[in-house]
Design a protein. Structure first.
Length: 195
């Protein structure tokens, strides 16, 4: 009996810089379990292609012409809810990170991420995990810590969405950097209620 090959993770790549897009495509296409099914140069094109191609995962930049990645995330979540969204950008400010988490992206990586780390992130996110670059995790943890030290009003933590609190608990527990497969959002909710 012939053994079936596992299904490849279908990817849509979205970036307005052709050299970046081509480099990412080259690295990801070399992986046996990843398949780049489409490319787009802006959010509008990403919406069209995502609806047509139904990728498992959309890897997208934030800063693009016509429609930014921030705008596109909201529409992608509505139009292709089964596609997971991962941001790959140079922006490491808290406002972008918080907004992306609120909008439902499953990952946020900086463009200085190594190819191996990007591939790892894609596989973990496809498996249902969340993933954030170490620098992004530090931004989120610094924000949380500043509220504890009194630099920000105590109400600052209350302004976080449930999703942001879940992600921060994962990061604080070291799950992201050390063992991302050990914590699931349902464990986080249980821990928040009972921990």
């Amino acid at each position: 009996m012939k053994k079936r090959k596992p299904r490849k993770i279908k990817l849509l790549l979205v970036d307005d810089h052709p050299i970046v897009l081509e480099g990412i495509k080259s690295r990801l296409s070399a992986q046996e379990d990843l398949e780049v099914v489409g490319e787009a140069a802006d959010g509008q094109e990403a919406l069209r292609k995502a609806k047509e191609l139904r990728p498992d995962l959309v890897l997208m930049d934030i800063s693009m012409p016509n429609m930014s990645g921030l705008e596109a995330v909201t529409l992608l979540r509505k139009r292709v809810p089964d596609s997971k969204i991962v941001i790959l950008t140079m922006h490491d400010n808290r406002e972008y990170i918080a907004r992306i988490i609120r909008l439902g992206a499953r990952g946020y990586l900086l463009k200085d991420t190594s190819p191996a780390e990007l591939i790892r992130a894609i596989k973990l996110i496809h498996a249902g995990e969340v993933f954030f670059s170490p620098a992004v995790s530090r931004v989120l943890l610094d924000e949380l810590a500043s509220g504890k030290k009194g630099k920000s009003p105590p109400a600052k933590a209350a302004e976080l969405s449930e999703r942001e609190r879940e992600v921060l608990v994962l990061i604080a527990d070291g799950a992201q950097a050390q063992h991302p497969h050990r914590r699931r959002p349902d464990e986080v909710r249980h821990r928040q209620r009972h921990g």
